[in-house]
Structure formats: C-alpha cells, structure tokens
Write a protein that binds this ligand. Structure first.
Ligand SMILES: [Zn+2]
Length: 196
C-alpha cells in the first residue's frame, strides 16, 4: 500500500471538530498523555453525550496478537479523568460550566455550558442568542456602568420598548390624521415623514 494517509493513525487532533471548542484544550492534554503511553494510539470516536465528553480508543495487541492489558489499564483512567472534567467545562467557550438542560429547544437535551452560553427561554420570552462580539460589547458597557450583564440587557430592552411605545403613539396620531391605521402604514412602508 502506498497511501500513507490510510496508515496514519486517527488521533485526537484529527477528531477535535467532533466536539465544541471549549473542550479542545482538555482533549489536547489527553492526547499528550496518551502519546506518552503509545505514540501510535488510535481513536475510535470522540463525541458528546448527555453533556459529557466520550472518548473511545482502539484496543492494542502485541506482536503475538495478545491483548495489551497494560495499555488499557493505563489509558482508561486518563480518559475517564478527561470525561469527568468535561462536565465542569463549557463545551462552547471553555469557561467553568455544568450540565444543563437546553431551554431553547424541546426535548430536554443536556449540554455542559457556562452561564453565558446557556440560551435561556422562560415562558413568554424569546430565546436570547448573542454573538461573541455582542456579548463582549455588552459585558464591556455593563461593566463601565457598574451593572450586571443581565441587568444591562433588561434595562436596554425596557428603554427600547418604552421608546417604541412613544413612537407608536405618535405614529397612531399620524395614521389617524391620514385616515388610515398604523398597521396599514407599516405594511405600505409609508413612514417617511410626519406631515399628513
Ligand atoms: Zn460558555
């Protein structure tokens, strides 16, 4: 066989994309530990299940085809330690986290996430999804104002909603003067100026 790729062992660095970025440092540490035991170890699968990391490595056999029990005995506790540790680290960003039921989807999936990465949906509210850039900007401004990020978000929403109430009242009056309704005006896109 000339294809060297086919002979290359599939190791942890080849499978990192199977789980979130937050667990990559944990996996790279495990990779170092496993290569110290057997530089050509093989990964069978890496995945997330019930909020935890699952790593499965291939059994090893010696030249006579005998099962390598030493490898199994040495590798198992390292893998288990990484799997246990994963349940304390946000799979998305690497911050301290814990297994939580996803509130943004039905079905009760469990993911290990931090407070920031946990999409919250209470009855009657919208799921809040923010980009990393938006999160950083909010955290920065909230910090400057001496507010918690959740207070900041609540205040910003209240301000915007109040402003919209005022605007809507004005628009209602404009619509009334034009002999139409706000809904019709919005549909027709005729909100260019305030003159009737
Ligand atoms: Zn996170």
């Amino acid at each position: 066989m000339t294809d060297s790729l086919a002979l290359r062992p599939l190791q942890i660095p080849d499978c990192l994309a199977s789980v979130g970025l937050g667990w990559h440092p944990l996996l790279m540490r495990l990779h170092k530990q496993l290569t110290a035991l057997a530089s050509d170890y093989r990964v069978e699968s890496i995945k997330e299940k019930f909020g935890g990391l699952r790593v499965s490595v291939a059994d090893r056999f010696d030249a006579d085809g005998e099962f390598d029990g030493d490898w199994a005995d040495a590798a198992s506790p390292l893998i288990q330690a990484a799997e246990t540790m994963s349940r304390t680290i946000c799979e998305y960003c690497g911050a301290p986290g814990q297994p939580r039921t996803r509130a943004d989807r039905d079905g009760g999936w469990i993911k290990t996430v931090c407070e920031q990465c946990h999409p919250v949906r209470r009855p009657g509210t919208l799921p809040l999804r923010l980009t990393t850039e938006e999160q950083a900007a909010i955290a920065d401004h909230a910090d400057e104002l001496g507010l918690s990020t959740s207070d900041y978000i609540a205040q910003a929403a209240a301000r915007q909603a109040t402003q919209w109430q005022h605007e809507r009242n004005d628009l209602h009056k404009i619509a009334e003067r034009r002999g139409t309704t706000l809904k019709q005006m919005l549909q027709r896109g005729i909100l260019t100026d305030g003159t009737p």
